[in-house]
Design a protein around this ligand. Structure first.
Ligand SMILES: [Zn+2]
Length: 478
């Protein structure tokens, strides 16, 4: 007697991401019951074992675990394209906008980014933002898996736009305390919510943006609650300069001294980390998020992920923010990551396609501490998966012998628009490339409207006269 399941996906070029490679199964199938994968194997075998409520013929498709975008700032989506190709990105590009990013604009950005990422196959989103009312509710409503990190800093409320480059920032302890309290409340409310789809990390924004006592306080809270710490580390010359001025130490040495280097740390960027520092951080058990597109655009740097991985540390990919990337798409990140590292080392064998795909799936899950639940197609894991249409012109031809070309084409040729179906927790969220139950056009219109409001407020604020891109505007280059 065949066993009943909810969904059977059949006849797919299946990449389980189990084992050391990509775990390819020709004519593969996956059986799903409720929110879990119950079986993975040859189509013929699963057809004998199961009867399904819904059977999906996935011929001519690649079936993969859902992609993991470990580091995003979704509220900034409404600032897409306003800050890139400049020096001092944060102060001279982003800050004039962020001080006018009101709540409605931030939420419109979250909606926009979540849909953009979901349609490009991201099923787990590591978002980093101020915990404004309604933020987490959007991830809950759409149905994606989210690792939410409410930003904790002690920066004065008017932000960085008015600071003189090179001066020590003023830290406002009261604001730091208030943000710590807000993060604790947020974690209490949301960690484990929505059938475990939403989890929370503590997010000291960076070592230079809080007092030392506040960093220690957050470390104690995270340890007590068993939550990871998601933190920007060595994210540019500005941070290193601040750390040297405040503590006489570069960030990694400072973090080591205050007990931050351990497996609880998810270290984002490592832009300015030396190879030795990357090895030190990896050896501590900490994990890394690599944002190749963002750091390439903002800093012109390829962070030391190759060295970090060679020291045994897992690395996840992240798209960071649309104001300087300018998209939130893990297909884009896989390609840039592979290319940038080949160029950095002048060696085409560095960071092959299959490794980039592992970072976007199983290794990303390891970096987030979630590899028992997601990141590969294995019985017992959550049913988070995607189907990619291999009949797309840019993915044609599909060859399996003597060389299988699917993974290289997914990494180097796919754009994300070939994603047909996205499932999270056993629920189909995207079908035929459309997000179910969400009015995509309304989301787009709201984002356009709110972004214009922010842009108008920036234009009225004299601080905008200091923006690096104004000259390019005047010269007709934008
Ligand atoms: Zn970030």
């Amino acid at each position: 007697m065949p066993e009943a399941v909810d969904i059977l996906l059949l006849h797919a070029h299946t990449f389980t991401m189990e084992g050391e490679g990509v775990g390819y199964l020709a004519d593969g199938a996956v059986a799903i019951r409720k929110d879990r994968i119950v079986d993975v194997g040859p189509t013929a075998t699963l057809q004998e074992r199961y009867v399904a409520g819904e059977t999906i013929d996935a011929s001519h498709h690649a079936l993969l675990p859902g992609l993991i975008d470990a580091h995003m700032h979704t509220p900034l989506a409404v600032l897409r394209g306003v800050a890139q190709d400049i020096a001092h990105w944060m102060q001279k590009g982003l800050a004039p906008y962020t001080r006018h990013l009101h709540r409605e604009a931030a939420l419109a950005g979250v909606w926009l980014n979540v849909l953009e990422a979901l349609k490009a196959g991201s099923t787990t989103m590591g978002d980093y933002a101020a915990p404004i009312e309604g933020w987490a509710e959007i991830f809950a409503a759409v149905g994606v898996r989210a690792v939410l990190t409410p930003t904790i800093n002690a920066l004065p409320s008017r932000g960085m736009a008015s600071w003189r480059i090179g001066d020590l920032y003023p830290l406002d302890e009261a604001i730091g305390e208030q943000n710590i309290r807000a993060a604790m409340e947020f974690a209490n409310q949301w960690h484990g919510a929505e059938n475990g789809r939403i989890t929370v990390m503590y997010g000291p924004q960076a070592a230079d943006m809080l007092t030392r006592d506040q960093l220690l306080h957050i470390k104690r809270l995270a340890a007590a609650d068993g939550l990871m710490i998601h933190m920007h580390v060595a994210q540019g010359e500005r941070e290193i300069d601040q750390m040297l001025k405040r503590y006489g130490k570069r960030t990694p040495a400072f973090l080591e001294q205050i007990g931050y280097l351990d497996d609880q740390l998810l270290a984002v960027h490592l832009t300015e980390a030396t190879d030795e520092e990357a090895i030190q951080i990896a050896a501590s058990g900490a994990r890394m998020v690599l944002c190749s597109g963002s750091i390439g655009l903002i800093d012109g740097i390829v962070p030391p992920a190759v060295v970090f991985r060679s020291a045994g540390g897992p690395v996840a990919l992240g798209s960071d923010q649309a104001a300087g990337n300018n998209c939130n798409n893990i297909f884009n990140e896989m390609k840039l990551t592979a290319l940038f590292n080949k160029i950095k080392y002048r060696d085409p064998t560095v960071m092959p396609a299959w490794e980039a795909l592992r970072m976007a799936t199983i290794e990303g899950a390891q970096a987030l501490g979630m590899a028992d639940e997601i990141g590969s197609l294995r019985p017992g894991k959550k049913a988070d998966l995607i189907l990619v249409d291999l009949n797309a012109l840019n993915l044609t031809p599909v060859l399996t012998e003597p060389i299988r070309n699917i993974v290289p084409n997914l990494v180097y040729a796919a754009s994300g628009r070939e994603v047909d179906l996205v499932m999270v927790d056993g629920r189909i969220l995207v079908r035929n490339g459309r997000v179910l139950g969400v009015d995509e056009e309304a989301v787009r219109e709201e984002a356009q409207l709110r972004a214009q409001e922010v842009a108008e407020a920036v234009e009225r604020d004299p601080v905008h006269l200091d923006m690096a891109l104004l000259q390019a505007m005047e010269e007709g280059k934008l």
